[in-house]
Design a protein around this ligand. Sequence first.
Ligand code: LCS
Length: 400
Amino acid sequence: MYNFDEIIDRKNSNAMSTDGFRDYIFHADENMKFPYADDEFIRMWVADMEFAVPDVVIEGIKERLDRRILGYTKVFSPDYYEAFVRWCRARYGWSFPKEELVTSNGVVPALYDLVELLCSPKDKVLILTPSYAFFKHAAAFHGRECVCSDLINKGGDWTIDFADLERKASDPWVKLLIFCNPHNPTGRVWREEELKEIARIVEKNRLWVISDEIHCDLLRCDQIHTPLGKVMADYNQLVTCMAPSKTFNLAGMMISNILIRDESLRKLWVRRHFNCDNPLSIAAAQAAYEKGGPWLAELRKYLDENFAFTERYLRENLPKARFKTPEATYLAWVDLGEYFSPEENLSEFFAWNAGVLLEGGSMFVQNGEGFIRLNLACPRSILEEGLRRICESIARRQAK
Ligand code: LCS
């Protein structure tokens, strides 16, 4: 029904994926040169997709454009809430009252603002590592110390070190847990028992918790997402972040849903966020939640097949790589510790030697050394070429 094999040209569209990698991955400017031209790279880094957004979303945007006036806009109509809460009820068996919903130009900007609102300068922020680096950046930007609890890796299965987390959570200066559910980069879908244990530790220490659930719709077909808010139904110091951006490839539309239970925090938020919403983004997000389900079902099947393909390919061509299909996300977290030493910069190695742009494990705060993260949300032909280049570059290095 949908053609996820189609290769779509992103050149000259100001895409982060094609034009932003020097800055984001290498902290360099346009003078940085590689043995590959920019359009020769296989791009498996930033977490957006090489797939067209659903037609129903494009139509939703077009219908809004046909109204021809794009003046100051904010989500006033209950239709947006209705579309999103119906999505949550159907998929996670969970809902929330309308007044808890505020919008943000992205989850990352929300994290930055919430850290500042929730933590005084001496307070600390707790995260699980490896971690999406912006969790740490959000704390560091405001001078808040970040406390890391390393996940445990047992043969490619990632679990929370609850004893360590509980010890760190009991530091009286730790005020906030930023929790990634499901987890980027390991792709873990936290089980209800694990969420209950998180809830127990958070409640015992009266922490604030931000549950970043931006990846929660991108699960393998046999997985179910449990919002932390479902497990912590009565806990007021919880903020949940969800968005259509990852799910429907709408990151550039910059609209995300922030659910704030605590009334005084919400008031502070609303006072700070006097800005408006983008009318095209509202139209896109609403159309996605109302009509995007069938597309998402197809996408998930395609992603499952990309993961199965990757598992097979690595098993056959890179036998010492340790990789298991993750439960969520379109991101493969591959352990190359048998091929590289922990201090090697893997983003650099694969950009130079394979012409593949990927994120090396050192980009994930800590506890990611020796890993690479590959974005598999691309047509299978591109995935195959990326994997071929990765495996061949390692074979060449071993032959030296
Ligand atoms: N939270 C998590 C856990 C993410 O993985 C990302 C995007 C965001 C928030 C960004 O939210 P936004 O501000 O766009 O609403 N993750 C990316 C990644 O891992 N690489 O590129 C983007």
